[in-house]
Design a protein around this ligand. Sequence first.
Ligand code: HEM
Length: 411
Amino acid sequence: MIPVYDADLFTDEALTDPYDVYRTLRDLGPVVRLTAHDVYAVTRYADVRTVLEDPEAFCSRRGVGFNDLINDAGRGTTLMSDGEQHERLREVIGRPLTPKALAEVRPDAQALADRLADELALRGSFDAVCDLAEVLPATWVPDLLGWPQEGRDRLIEWGAANFDALGPANARAEAAGAGVVEMAAYAHHLAESPLPKGSMAAGILEAAARGDIAVEQCPFAIIDYLGPSLDTTVSALGNAIWLFATHPDQWQLLRREPDRVKHAFNEVLRIETPISAFTRVTTRPATIGGVELPAGARVMVSYASANRDERRWDDPDTFDITRNSAAHIAFGYGDHACAGMGLARLEGAAVLGALVERIEHFELSGPPVRKLNNLIRSFASLPVTVRVSAPTDRAGVPPSDSPASWPPPLT
Ligand code: HEM
């Protein structure tokens, strides 16, 4: 018998603090029937990987969202395709996101992050969401991708709408409908526009011109960049600042050992996973953790729960940047693992690296406000005050008693 869980996983309360519910689901069994959402939940780390590494049995082409409307609309994207079509699209959108291609843009990201961190250090108090986490994803990344200035002020709203719409057919998904339609119209418009030469999205149009993909696939491939390139990274950076502000010992550790920045970003992604879950559909009877599911079953794979599974992680609810979190699955796993993870990691390392050189201490200066979304875990606002390090300590060694007034206030 497959255990049943009746409660709604997407109420404000459940989204604000989902971790007890995830533990309950993990303890109930490898597969749990969620009656409120008409899906089978897979929440243990090993089982989530089993599903993700078998796209033949657990397909994406019938949609990875929780409702039919978005699953029909998203068909044709890399995210919601399989087999040869997925391979071809993935090859095209992945080309500018390889480590080699990204190495060329890394210095720009670092220079921007350094400038941003200098500016924030001077200000002393700021909102870590709009003044920090959103800056690179909403300005530098759109430049890289090749989006025109027109429409950029809507990117944050569209990104959130996209992830709300992928959730179950609740009020939040319904309210997101207009934003998703606008984003799709923007993608169609871009597919017919001359995009800046050398930009990532221009590569999609060039691939179509060469015949590598069909011209009709261009708007979908553009949505593959538009949809997930913003909110995910904003979420990760905001979560990082919140975690370090509330765990000052971990920030001090990172300041003593700044080489740990990449590991620290992994630990942030593990413990506060930006995308909570997607779904798959079984193409035939399939077994997960010894439990047999029929063909045609929609299965929820919870990245966020897997990353807190006590069967995989010691003391999983503790934020510990010394742990080896590299095996987290915040970027998914298998054929559909995040195509933009290199870019997200690059942004994370650039921003945290710049901050760790300059900021001695973060403190929350007001109550953090959550931005509740069906699938993305993030903050709407995160007011912080920082104490900065003296310039001589920029090697990453924390000063013992550096003056709180450096740099001097602007007059
Ligand atoms: C911290 C930031 C990010 C997180 C946590 C994240 C997370 C994910 C996850 C969990 C998946 C797997 C979907 C699945 O299993 O079906 C995914 C796929 C994808 N992501 Fe990301 N992502 C991030 C940033 C980005 C960025 C910056 C881009 C674009 C430049 C991007 C583009 C994509 C694309 C195109 C896919 C679909 C890949 C495929 O289906 O083959 N992501 N992402």
